[in-house]
Every structure is written in C-alpha cells, then in structure tokens.
Design a protein. Structure first.
Length: 258
C-alpha cells in the first residue's frame, strides 16, 4: 500500500506512439512521487510530452512501460475520483452555469439536489454564483474556465488534472485566473497536476515544478517553490520570484538543447 504521503507514484513510465511505420518517444522513464495535497506543475517546451504524461496519470493513455499508482492502486483507466480541466472549458451550451457544474453528478447517479450546496460553495468561491442561471455563451472565456474548475471539483475528487487550462485566455484574464485558482486551491486543497508553458504561472501556483526536456522527453529538473501561501499577485515582482523564474528559464533552455 502506498503511504498517503506518496499519493501518486510513477515508476519508470515511458510512452511510445507508433503510427504509419514511425515511432515517437513521447515520454521517457518518468519516475517521481507526489504527496497528497501538493500542487505540482509540469513545465517544458512544446512537444516535450507534458500532455502525454498528464493523460497517462489520468488513465486516458496507457504507458508503454512502467506503472502509475494513485492511492495504492495502479491506474488502468480514468478514475471517478479525478477532476479534469482542459484548455477548452467544454461546457454544454444548452445548460446553465449551475447545471454544467452539476453535470458530473447527473452522469454519475442523478442526485444533483444533494450537491446543490457544494455547487453554490464552489461557484461563490470563484465569484460566479450570481451567474448560475446564465448560459456559457453569456460568459467570458475566464468565467467559462472558472465554471470548468467548479465542475471538476463538484464530486470532491482526490486529484485535479489541468492541461494548460488558461492558455487560450488573454494576459489579463490569465492573471485573474491564476489568482482565482490559487484561492480555490487554498480552500479545497486537492492534489493538483498542472501542465503549462508559462514559467510565471507555474511559479505563482505551485508547491513544486517538474521541468521536462525535449530530447529526450524526460524530467530534467525537480524544483520546490518556497513562497508561503496565500500568494498575492504582487509576489511576481519579488526578487526571489523573478530569480526562480530565471533559473527555470535556464533549465528549459538546457532541456531544449538536450
Ligand atoms: N496520439 C498521438 N499519436 C502520435 N504522436 C503523438 C500523439 N500524441 C502526442 N504525440 C507526439 O508526442 C510528442 C509529445 O506530445 P505532447 O502533446 O505530450 O507534448 P506537449 O509537451 O504537451 O506539447 P504542447 O506543449 O505543444 O501541448 C509530440 O512529438 C507529439 O507530436
């Protein structure tokens, strides 16, 4: 049994895609553990295998070699106790904000009334309760992503997986979303795996950052983020914050060269 302190464990995880006679080594020998409640970001250049790694943790892709263990159980398929947030909020356009947040419950057992209070708590925590009757096309991109985060948390999952959830947003909305996500994470405190290209975003949000290189597609650095929580947007002008961003930029450049 994996101890709770090592909630997620990857052992020698690799992924090779094979198609039309060619092979792509998307992830090579990933091995790390994540304690329960840690916010971990995976940072690296385009094509280094970040999304593939996240998909394998989520049970959406199967590793070619190695094993992924969550809460003592090997991951064989998507689990009911995971929440997902993707680049596109993928809300149902004909449902209200509230019904979108409750949708995973409707799929699971239909007992949406029992979760209405939790939906209210989640929507209030991101400032959207008063928008509960609006439809997605009446919301901004940032608001839609906040709804997607509430939807991912409605069933109180053990782990939240996020794949570049804010990359389609403009810079101001993205900064707002980082503050909103940090606040929601401080409140609900889930184990979180967050894929991003943005060094600043990773440092602002994370307890720990894994940097991936492109050749090989492997984890090349594992860095703890020392700043206390709660974090305010102003932390980004702190010299230590700026210095850590510079260090990570250097590590990513090293990873590019391979
Ligand atoms: N289904 C697939 N079939 C074949 N190759 C794939 C597949 N999915 C990803 N790849 C390849 O695997 C490598 C890693 O892709 P992946 O999307 O995991 O990288 P990434 O770091 O998330 O990239 P980005 O930051 O651009 O989203 C890339 O070379 C990609 O083209």
């Amino acid at each position: 049994m994996t101890p709770v302190s090592d909630f997620l464990t990857l052992e020698g995880v690799s992924k090779t895609y094979r198609a039309a006679g060619s092979e792509v080594q998307a992830v090579e020998q990933a091995a790390f553990t994540v304690p329960s409640g840690q916010f971990l970001s995976i940072l690296g250049p385009s094509g280094c295998g970040k999304s593939t790694l996240l998909s394998m943790i989520g049970g959406l892709e199967t590793p070619s070699t190695g094993e992924i263990i969550i809460g003592g159980e090997p991951v064989k398929a998507p689990r009911g106790d995971m929440g997902y947030v993707f680049q596109d909020a993928t809300l149902l356009p004909w449902f209200s904000v509230l019904d979108n947040v409750l949708f995973p419950v409707r799929l699971r057992d239909g007992r949406t009334e029992a979760y209405r209070e939790r939906a209210r708590e989640l929507l209030e925590s991101v400032g959207l309760w008063e928008f509960r009757d609006k439809r997605p096309d009446q919301l901004s991109g940032g608001m839609r992503q906040r709804v997607a985060i509430c939807r991912a948390l409605i069933t109180d999952p053990q782990i939240l997986l996020m794949d570049e959830p804010f990359s389609a947003l403009d810079a101001i909305s993205r900064d707002e979303m980082n503050v909103a996500l940090a606040a929601i994470w401080d409140r609900f405190h889930k184990t979180a795996i967050f894929v991003t290209h943005s060094i600043r975003e990773a440092v602002f949000l994370s307890d720990r950052i894994l940097v991936m290189s492109r050749r090989p597609s492997a984890i090349c650095h594992d860095v703890m983020v020392p700043f206390p929580r709660p974090r305010e947007a102003q932390i980004e002008s702190d010299p230590d914050f700026v210095r850590l961003c510079g260090t990570l930029r250097d590590k990513i450049e090293e990873g590019y060269k391979g």
